[in-house]
Ligand binder design. Structure first.
Ligand SMILES: C[S@@+](CC[C@H](N)C(=O)[O-])C[C@H]1O[C@@H](n2cnc3c(N)ncnc32)[C@H](O)[C@@H]1O
Length: 224
């Protein structure tokens, strides 16, 4: 069985996804030129839909880069909404500020430079939606910090649930399916494995993994 969508399927899914506006197109071209990992259009479309479906107001991101994923959230937020961007690389966050300013979206964003795991402690939430897309080895820490800041129905999206650059997708899948743990996994892959196991086994959440983009894990806090 194939573990990833074929290129053709990925192209098809992208063709069915919402269009980039001009600034997002620029952002996507910048990412492609620099080899910077962004969530891409199919996952962006899901983020946009989640905001609309949930009538979300408050969004928090662990790892925002130059703001591409946050831009998808912002495009769908109401005028009273807010997306908190966190980024430890000052230059990337400055680029995000520029893109948001040019798009007239700055009033919907908080730009927080530094370690997202520290930033989250300054926010009580609640957050309707959280995106986890920073250091894979710290995904589980992010979940543990944010889980109690999600109300019933709150959603956590974790990117790279299946693949990411050098990640060992086969090893990850084997470890999850066979439950044999981390024996031969590199640190990055093991970070994703530990995250997937903790969200899968948390009785307060229901989690599914969707094979779009690099794979997203979608965890929803139960109501009641
Ligand atoms: C995959 S990129 C984020 C891409 C972004 N979510 C998007 O799709 O447009 C990961 C980013 O997380 C940042 N990062 C890694 N660890 C971090 C941390 N502990 N706190 C804040 N940012 C972090 C990296 O500098 C990098 O820019």
């Amino acid at each position: 069985m194939s573990t990833e969508n074929t290129i053709e399927l990925e192209q098809f899914l992208e063709s069915m996804s919402p269009h980039h506006d001009d600034i997002q197109q620029e952002m996507a071209e910048h990412a492609s030129r620099e080899g910077f990992p962004i969530i891409g259009r199919t996952v962006g479309g899901i983020l946009h839909q989640l905001v609309t479906m949930k009538e979300a107001d408050r969004v928090f991101e662990f790892g925002s880069g130059f703001g591409y994923s946050a831009y998808w959230f912002a495009r769908a937020l109401p005028e009273s909404g807010q997306v908190v961007l966190t980024e430890e690389d000052e230059e990337e966050l400055d680029k995000a500020r520029e893109y948001f300013a040019r798009a007239g979206l700055t009033h919907l964003a908080r730009f927080e430079e530094g370690d997202a795991l520290d930033v989250i402690d300054r926010y009580h939430g609640p957050f309707d939606i959280v995106l986890i897309d920073h250091d894979k080895q710290r995904y589980r820490d992010a979940f543990e910090r944010v889980r109690d800041r999600l109300p019933p129905g709150g959603v956590i999206v974790a990117d790279n649930a299946i693949s990411a650059g050098p990640m060992d997708t086969e090893g990850l899948m084997r470890a999850i399916i066979e439950g044999e743990g981390a024996a031969d996994l590199d640190d990055m892959t093991d970070g994703v494995r530990r995250y997937l196991e903790v969200v899968r086994d948390d009785a307060a959440f229901t989690t599914v993994v969707l094979p779009i983009g690099s794979g997203i894990a979608l965890s929803v806090r139960h109501r009641g």
